[in-house]
Design a protein around this ligand. Structure first.
Ligand SMILES: [Zn+2]
Length: 165
């Protein structure tokens, strides 16, 4: 289906992680933004993660990796920058962050969150976007931020449920 683009974060290769970082680096250069070391490290951790990560999990991961203490505001500030420029998205219901799959264009995504394993799938759904836009127009509503999150069980976890019986 052309309207759906499925994006999973599981198992990103080291090359894909680097590609993601370079894509953001290029955009920052074009927009005159500073892609500082801390911002790079936070985004890198999110790109390497198999799941969305909370600020606290990021802090722990960075401390383990860098073998030193990091002040929480360092992570919060980096996340604030990355969110503000749409390089990462925040999952509202779990307060966790994921890298934006296509950071050079800001499309709304529908997040499918597995409540069992915590995995996340994102779909860019333009059909849904158009529906929401027409509803908003009929209400005279101006949309600011779009967050659509669906919780349930991923295909893997459903298969596990079946074999467990
Ligand atoms: Zn699952």
């Amino acid at each position: 289906m052309a309207l759906l683009r499925h994006h999973k974060f599981l198992c990103r290769s080291p090359e894909a992680v680097l590609d993601g970082l370079h894509a953001v680096e290029t955009i920052c250069r074009k927009r005159g933004l500073q892609f500082t070391k801390n911002r790079w490290l936070v985004l890198e951790s999110l790109l390497q993660a198999e799941q969305p990560m909370t600020a606290y999990e990021l802090l722990r991961a960075l401390e383990t990796r860098l073998e030193r203490q990091i002040s929480p505001p360092t992570v919060y500030r980096a996340l604030a920058f990355l969110s503000e420029h749409d390089f990462v998205s925040r999952i509202e219901t779990t307060n966790a962050y994921v890298p934006t799959p296509y950071p050079d264009h800001t499309q709304p995504y529908v997040f499918f969150i597995c409540e069992t394993c915590g995995s996340l799938a994102e779909i860019e759904n333009r059909k849904l976007e158009a529906l929401v836009d027409s509803d908003a127009a009929s209400l005279g509503f101006r949309i600011g931020k779009r967050v659509i999150e669906l919780k349930g069980a991923c295909a893997n976890c459903q298969a596990m449920e079946l074999t467990a019986d």
